[in-house]
Design a protein around this ligand. Structure first.
Ligand SMILES: [Zn+2]
Length: 329
């Protein structure tokens, strides 16, 4: 099958597979969905199959090889991830499309991060879409399709991509990256279904730093007893600028796990299953309400930091809120 080896996205794969099988390939597709879930990967596999001498994306024929390694005379590839796509670039596409295909059965135009087209570029591109030719295939890929002109969207067949299933992401991280299961589980959870985000995350932090961060927070006394340790820890976090976001995410998943544990969910549902002892001992002093208050405090901290609040003061407050015991509230 054309999408062998690409994980998830059964519905888009099925629709494209049928289009190939019945030779009813639309002239324009819009692949939309979250970042890093494999939209571009599937777009490339599809256009390779459309252009392959053997119609199966063999990987061996001239068309397949040139599409894989670059330099195919019938492919135009633009990527808005590197900056805005300007009208001049769309004009180049238009020039390119005036010629008949040289080697492939059709001309192919692939635009990744298509929302990066400027308004002028989109208007020009719309004109190109309005004059479809039999032997042209456009694929637009976007995580923000709302930023495209509605008239562009309506001229494309839209395929919606969702986040990758977490257990699939875990399996891929273990197989492709050689991670062990606890690490793969936490990265997959934090990445929220995006393979590229999972690969971008600081694996070292989630492997080693996460445990240390969670143990340090769990060891804080209640603020009524003593607030000095809170201020000391927040000072250290302020000095270590890296991993600030990762710490917050690790804490969110820790308290989420605690909530699951208090609600009687099985250990297999937990993200931090490798920290079960820490979770169990922490669960002693907590109730569902006290954990919900801590999750709310974490969410408010994120908002405050997004609004450029002072990091140290925000962290002081967060650490005090996280160490309040259920009985002191
Ligand atoms: Zn081929």
């Amino acid at each position: 099958m054309f999408a062998d080896g690409i994980i998830g996205h059964l519905r888009p794969k099925e629709l494209l597979g049928k289009a190939l099988a019945h030779d009813r390939i639309a002239s324009a597709y819009l692949f939309c969905g979250p970042e890093g879930v494999g939209k571009l990967l599937l777009a490339r596999a599809f256009l390779k199959t459309c252009c392959c001498d053997h119609r199966n994306g063999c990987g061996e024929c001239g068309n397949c090889r040139k599409l894989e390694h670059g330099g195919h005379p019938d492919l135009v590839f633009l990527d808005g991830g590197e900056g805005p796509i300007k009208i001049e670039e769309v004009r180049l596409i238009q020039k390119h499309l005036r010629f008949h295909p040289f080697e492939a059965p059709r001309k192919v135009c692939l635009i990744n991060n298509a929302e990066a087209m400027t308004t002028a570029a989109q208007s020009a591109f719309l004109k190109t879409l309005e004059e479809p030719r039999d032997n042209t295939l456009f694929i637009l890929v976007s995580a923000q399709p709302d930023a495209l002109l509605p008239t562009i969207r309506s001229r494309c067949q839209t395929l919606n991509f969702g986040p990758l299933p977490r257990r699939e992401l875990v399996r891929q991280l273990m197989e492709q990256r050689g991670l062990d299961e606890p690490e793969a589980r936490i990265l997959a959870a934090v990445a929220n279904g995006s393979m590229s985000k999972a690969l971008d995350l600081n694996g070292e932090f989630f492997r080693d730093g996460r445990r240390q961060c969670l143990e340090e927070v769990a060891a804080l006394p209640s603020p009524e007893e003593n607030v000095l340790p809170h201020f000391q820890l927040s000072r250290r976090w302020t000095d270590q600028k890296e991993n600030r976001q990762a710490r917050l995410e690790a804490l969110q998943f820790f308290f989420r796990d605690l909530l699951l544990l208090l609600s009687g969910r099985p250990e297999s549902d937990l993200i931090n299953a490798d920290l079960i002892d820490l979770l169990r001992s922490r669960a002693q002093g907590e109730t569902v309400d006290s954990v919900l208050a801590k999750l709310a405090a974490l969410r408010e901290t994120e908002w405050a930091l997004e609004a450029n609040a002072n990091f140290q003061l925000t962290a002081d407050l967060l650490l005090m809120q996280l160490s309040e015991t259920a009985s002191s509230r």
